[in-house]
Design a protein around this ligand. Sequence first.
Ligand code: S3P
Length: 171
Amino acid sequence: MRHVVLVGLMGSGKTTIGRRLASALGRSFVDTDARLESTSGRTVREIFESDGENAFRDMESETLIDTLSSTTPLVVATGGGAVLRDANRDALSTHDVIWLRADPVVLQRRVGRPGGHRPLIDADPLGTLTAMSVERRPLYESVAGFVIDVDGRRPEEITAACLSHLAGGRT
Ligand code: S3P
């Protein structure tokens, strides 16, 4: 089964665009962070705070790989760090992966508030997002079959470009 999978940094719109794509394609939508929270009964923040990032990455990987094993076609929004593990990138290689590419300065304006499921940016949102952008760019690039720059674009426009790509059109 080939799923549509959205990757990109925190705040790039994976959940918003994922929901829109799922609705347009008549597919179910899965947000892997939300799924991880519901299956573990703990929030992402609690997991980071009590068990650390590595334990979170183990759970994230398990959730992603399990989600991708679904036999019904899905639209999947991943956490921004899902591309960090080799096993996850391998698992993504047989799916329609779309990278929502965004400038860290724009992202920081959207997600810069402390709290929520993004403990990694509590201390220094812009500095962390900038470093993540540099570190992860080649990883997003390696898994994505389609890249869209989302800065300054409305969700309708981004969704339409993704749908056109998925339909085999050129954007
Ligand atoms: C993370 C992104 C978050 C969440 C966790 C770690 C990351 O998801 O998985 O805080 O490392 O980029 P979103 O991309 O949905 O914010």
